[in-house]
Every structure is written in C-alpha cells, then in structure tokens.
Design a protein around this ligand. Structure first.
Ligand code: NAP
Length: 285
C-alpha cells in the first residue's frame, strides 16, 4: 500500500519514520519543504502539493496544525480532494474540529472515497516511540482496513463511532490534560515556595495517587528550564477553544477548563509564548 503523508512537523516526521521503518513506501509533503529533507534522505518521496501526494497514494494521512490548515489541505485548489481517486482513503490525525471531520467524511463518501478522523495522544515521545493512543471516528470497515497502519505508530487504538467521534474523544483527552497541566504547574510553584526538593517531590508523587503522564514527562523538562515543544502551547490553546465550543454547544459549562484556557491565552496571546511547549505555562506566574 502506498502511503501519502502531509505535515511533517514534531509529530508527523516521527510517525513517518516509524512507518518507513516498518517497510512502507511514503510520499510526503510539508508547507516548509526543508522539514521533509531528513525523511527524503531516508527514502521518502517528495511531492509538490497535497493533490500530488494524493495522486500517488492509496491512503493519505494528514498531521497539520490547525483546523484552517486541515481545511486548506483537503479542499484547497491543490488540495487532497483535487488529486484523490475513487476508492482511496484519507485519515486526518490533526487535532481538529469534529464538524470539520464530518465535512471531510461527507465529501469523501459522496465521491466514492473513505475518510477517518484519528487524532492522537502521547506527545512527541509517543510519536517517536510508536506508543501513541489513537482515537478514531468514521466508517468501521475503513477503520479495520487502516488498523494495521495505526498499530505501527500507536499501541492503543480505539474506534468511537461515526465521523467526528475521534475528535470528540480527543477533546475529552484535552479536557483531562487541562487539569494535569495546571496541576503540575501549581504543584511545582507550591513545592518551591515551601522549600521542598522538587526532584524528591516528583519521585514521591509519581508513585502515589497524583501520578499522571503530564507530570512525569513535563516536570523534568521544567526542572531543566527546557521549554522546547513537545506540544506547542498555541496548539493546546486551539484544542481548549475547540473543546469549550463543543461543550457550549452541548449546554455544558466547564469552568475549570475555561480557566485553563484563560491561562493559556495569557501565555500565548498576551506573553507571546505560543511557540514554547505547554510546560511553559509556569512562565506566566
Ligand atoms: P507542528 O510541528 O507545527 O507540525 C505541523 C506541521 O504541519 C508543520 O510542519 C507545518 O508546516 C505543517 N503544515 C501546516 N499547515 C500545512 C499546510 N497547509 N500544508 C502542508 N503542511 C502544513 O505540530 P505538531 O506538534 O506536529 O502537531 C501537529 C498536530 O498534532 C496539531 O494539531 C497538534 O495539536 C496535534 N498533536 C500534537 C501533539 C504533540 O505533543 N506535539 C500531541 C498530540 C496531538 P510548517 O513547518 O510550514 O509550519
């Protein structure tokens, strides 16, 4: 099966590398071409647009940044749908809006193609180590056909239902992460103010009821003053905005998630720190 891949940033490049290591042939495109250089040196083939990727592929994966990027990559003049043939499959792994996933699936179905939304969790480390959690929405037969590829890049894959439900599951994930990121930040501030050894506190909390993935992965980075992404703060703010907009449409008032969104707005919009990883939240206190 010939695989096309659009978006070779922090996550996409590592996922492509794992697919190539499993013996698959990859055709790649990224807005900034140099971000594919390393992959091309390892055997991937460059294509000049999403449409050209689609023309050369049986399945096209996308891992871009924001919903507007997804919209352009699928529906633009030289987008995927301008090049994809009937019977082929698209899989959007970007964290994006459930309604956009439904729009892509509706277009694909109307044109004899197949589509899944399949956002991931597990961070840059999960992408590198092929241990991502993958949350899938869309037609179940297409899901089953793509499962062997998902299993190459992830270790926990679940199908939730119709198009958009993968994105809804990812929003549930991000609502949880809002709590772990604000929690680890304020835990560290408190630890330092109380004069405790943060390494010792981390080691202790890691084996108790406060243990969580964000703390284990991001606190060591903060303790080394390492705010490189990881997971861009501007992307997390995007996710919190999508989650709160979806919650609002369901009549839910998620006050703690709304507070996390306000804190990340200070980090990204006020302090201009959106290119830091999400662990940089501590820099606004
Ligand atoms: P990233 O490093 O910014 O990668 C996104 C890539 O997509 C960039 O290389 C970007 O190119 C490319 N791109 C954007 N628009 C494009 C377009 N129109 N055409 C072609 N390429 C385009 O971000 P990332 O960390 O890999 O995250 C990707 C997605 O996964 C985001 O939605 C994020 O929320 C989600 N996610 C991230 C993590 C994480 O820990 N990093 C975890 C789970 C989910 P340029 O270089 O030109 O900008």
């Amino acid at each position: 099966m010939k695989i096309g891949w659009i978006g070779t940033g922090v996550m996409g490049a590592a996922m492509v590398q794992n697919l190539m290591a499993a013996g698959h042939q990859l055709v790649v495109y990224n807005r900034t071409k140099r971000k594919t250089d390393n992959l091309v040196a390892q055997g991937a083939v460059w294509a000049a647009s999403p449409a050209e990727v689609a023309q050369q592929s049986d399945v096209v994966f996308t891992m871009v940044g924001f919903p507007k990027d997804v919209e352009g990559v699928y529906f633009g003049e030289t987008g995927i749908f301008a090049g994809l043939a009937k019977g082929k499959t698209v899989v959007d792994m970007t964290t994006s809006q459930p309604k956009l996933a439904a729009k892509i699936a509706a277009y694909a179905t109307a044109h004899g193609m197949h589509a899944l939304d399949a956002p991931v969790s597990g961070g840059d480390i999960g992408a590198k180590n092929a241990t991502l959690t993958i949350m899938v929405g869309g037609d179940v037969t297409t899901y089953q056909a793509m499962l062997p590829l998902f299993n190459v890049i992830g270790h926990k894959v679940n199908h939730f239902g119709a198009a958009g439900t993968g994105q809804h599951a990812k929003m549930a994930n991000q609502i949880m992460i809002a709590g772990t990121m604000t929690g680890l930040t304020e835990m560290l501030l408190y630890t330092k103010a109380a004069g405790l050894d943060p390494q010792k506190v981390l080691a202790t909390l890691s084996s108790g009821g406060a243990d969580n993935w964000s703390m284990e992965n991001y606190v060591p980075r903060i303790l080394k003053d390492d705010y490189t992404p990881g997971f861009f703060a501007r992307h997390f703010l995007k996710d919190l905005r999508i989650a709160l907009s979806e919650a609002d449409a369901m009549g839910l008032d998620l006050v703690a998630t709304a507070q996390a969104k306000r804190l990340y707005e200070v980090m990204v919009d006020v302090k201009g720190l959106g290119d830091q990883g999400t662990q940089g939240l501590i820099n606004i206190y």
